[in-house]
Design a protein around this ligand. Structure first.
Ligand code: S3P
Length: 175
């Protein structure tokens, strides 16, 4: 069986990139890496604080640096922040680094998932539902452009999503 290379998970906040990514890593033996966690470590603070104190632009700058730093890793599952695709250079890098999976779900489910916590600065607005709708519609195209495959996890248990990602990755790396 062909050896797996890097598997990259992109998608909107609440699409399950980190939780599913961790499980994919456990099942495949690949290392789990999360760009949000790298940014937090680099800055020594949590994402809401980075946004509040230095702003989104700074966050995006550090996110880019972290992506450059890990670009030479060979066997990882990379979970990314939902806005990583906003930069063209990031979209290119992600495609160069490995097999890119766009994890998605329907808007209602996304909203239900992101409503459970308050650590997403972009949704701390008077109308978070409208913010989700807005961001979702502007980003959809960017995810689509960047991904090698799309997996809609609406109503699916994590285990089934993990199985699908691994089987798609095996096909990709066997080709
Ligand atoms: C963001 C998504 C977050 C985090 C930051 C910005 C975005 O990551 O990077 O709050 O712009 O969509 P998750 O997608 O893991 O929630």
């Amino acid at each position: 069986m062909a050896e797996l290379g890097n598997i990259i998970l992109i998608g909107f906040m609440g699409s399950g990139k980190s939780s599913v990514g961790r499980l994919v890593a456990r099942r495949t033996g690949l290392q789990f890496v999360d760009t949000d966690a790298l940014v937090e470590k680099q800055e020594g603070k949590a994402i809401p604080e980075i946004f509040a104190e230095q702003g989104e632009e700074h966050f995006r700058y550090v996110e880019r640096l972290m992506l450059e730093e890990i670009a030479n890793e060979k066997r990882m599952v990379l979970a990314t922040g939902g806005g990583i695709v906003l930069r063209e250079d990031n979209r290119q890098s992600l495609r160069d680094i490995g097999f890119v999976v766009w994890l998605t779900a329907n808007e209602d489910e996304i909203f239900r998932r992101v409503s459970r916590n308050t650590n997403r600065p972009l949704l701390q607005t008077a109308d978070p539902r409208a913010a989700v709708k807005d961001l979702f519609s502007t980003r959809r195209e960017l995810y689509e452009q960047t991904a090698d495959c799309v997996i809609d996890s609406s109503g699916m248990p994590h285990r089934a999503v993990v199985d699908r990602i691994i089987s798609r990755a095996r096909q990709y790396f066997a080709a």
